[in-house]
Write a protein that binds this ligand. Structure first.
Ligand SMILES: C[S@@+](CC[C@H](N)C(=O)[O-])C[C@H]1O[C@@H](n2cnc3c(N)ncnc32)[C@H](O)[C@@H]1O
Length: 206
């Protein structure tokens, strides 16, 4: 399935997304925000957060409980975006399909925190996107993202890209958390018995 088709799928899923994600025990927004909470030292009141892909706004909802107030969201599915908009949490929401050659619609050095939760996966955001995430983050700003633990080409390419940015001295790892029981997948045959594992990672831009 191509990324465009995947986003069309999210368009048709949007109304039921949160309910189905609850059934799948999807807690990536909570896991990532909890992990970030332990290491984020900046002022939360004034911090500007980019949430990409923001989906229906679960990440901003969770961050708000920790004192963050200023959110911009980017999302490829119009229907997911509509739900995020209805929550009234984001000061700016942009409909934008992120591809390797379609950079983020954001100025350099704009954000104190960039959140990428449930977005770095096959048929979602391309693995080449990390330098672009760094571009829009302020110096000393944080980038928090989640990954599924199972092997894939997308994941291997991402890990290589992450390490290249470390080697170039552009960012440093702050924390990495392995989470067992990340979520259960919805298969054509029904809800998977086994849970998939996942990882939350936080980097700081140098
Ligand atoms: C699993 S959801 C995660 C949304 C949200 N961060 C959350 O945790 O609920 C993945 C989202 O990525 C969006 N998406 C996938 N590929 C995209 C792309 N290339 N550009 C923009 N949005 C994309 C989908 O439309 C969907 O809303």
């Amino acid at each position: 399935m191509e990324t465009k088709e995947k986003v069309n799928f999210y368009d048709s899923w949007a109304q039921d997304y949160e309910q189905h994600m609850t059934v799948m025990d999807y807690q990536a927004p909570r896991f990532s925000v909890e992990t970030l909470d332990a290491v984020y030292l900046g002022d939360r009141d004034s911090a500007l957060v980019l949430d990409v892909p923001c989906g229906t706004g679960l990440v901003a909802e969770t961050l708000q409980k920790l004192g963050f107030k200023h959110f911009h969201g980017i999302e490829g599915s119009k229907q997911m975006l509509k739900i995020a908009e209805s929550k009234g949490l984001y000061q700016r929401l942009t409909h934008h399909m992120v591809t390797a050659d379609n950079p983020l619609p954001a100025q350099p050095d704009s954000y104190d925190l960039v959140m990428i939760v449930g977005g770095l996966a096959q048929q979602h955001l391309p693995w080449e996107i990390l330098p672009e995430m760094l571009r829009v983050t302020k110096s000393d700003g944080f980038i928090c993202f989640t990954l599924r633990a199972e092997e894939s080409d997308h994941r291997r390419n991402l890990l290589t890209s992450i390490q290249e940015l470390v080697n170039k001295g552009l960012w440093e790892n702050v924390v990495e958390r392995y989470v067992e029981k990340w979520q259960r997948d919805m298969l054509p045959t029904g809800l998977a018995e086994e849970y998939a594992d996942g990882i939350v990672t936080v980097y700081r831009k140098k």
